[in-house]
Design a protein around this ligand. Structure first.
Ligand SMILES: [Zn+2]
Length: 169
């Protein structure tokens, strides 16, 4: 089932999401719904707070569904290795229609659980590394906007404020 995507301004996007302690049927349904919602958006990653669930889960697929093996599902992820720096334009389904360059490590290794509860380590480079970091940020209540400085950030926030005031956000 496709779930509505939460937007900038909603409290669930700013809290620290809770660890998953048991992979229940509800968690499995949530994961299926997150995958469906990500592909429908379409997006290359989605974190549980973006469907209004404050749990530490994300899904990612930089191929947007073109390659089955490109789908990653991560429960209780943590970054265990970081390397290099890349700066590329980044956006977010919860901050629709805005984009700005964000500096992040080029390569990361993420450790967490797969949907069966087995420990897994996934390595990401380039776009995949960016998606992993962006989604883990969501689990800590952070948005890509928080990485921006000065004018660029102020301009986006001002535009969002205007959209919210006019009821079109
Ligand atoms: Zn996002």
């Amino acid at each position: 089932m496709i779930r509505p995507i939460t937007k900038y301004g909603e409290a669930v996007l700013r809290g620290r999401a809770t660890e998953v302690t048991e992979i229940t049927a509800d968690v499995q349904t949530l994961i299926d719904d997150m995958i469906e919602t990500m592909y429908a958006a379409p997006g290359v990653g989605l974190a549980a707070p973006q469907v209004d669930v404050s749990l530490r889960i994300f899904v990612a697929d930089p191929s947007s569904g073109r390659r089955v093996e490109a789908l990653s599902i991560m429960i209780n992820p943590e970054i265990v290795e970081r390397e290099g720096v890349q700066s590329e334009p980044e956006g977010c389904l919860s901050v629709p229609d805005f984009e700005a360059p964000v500096a992040r490590p080029t390569r990361v290794v993420v450790r967490g659980l797969d949907r069966d509860g087995n420990i897994q380590e996934l390595e990401g480079e380039g776009l995949l590394a960016r998606v992993f970091q962006h989604e883990i940020d969501h689990l800590d209540g952070a948005l890509f906007l928080d990485h921006l400085r000065g004018l660029k950030r102020d301009m986006i926030l001002r535009k969002i404020k205007k959209l919210r005031r006019s009821g079109t956000w």
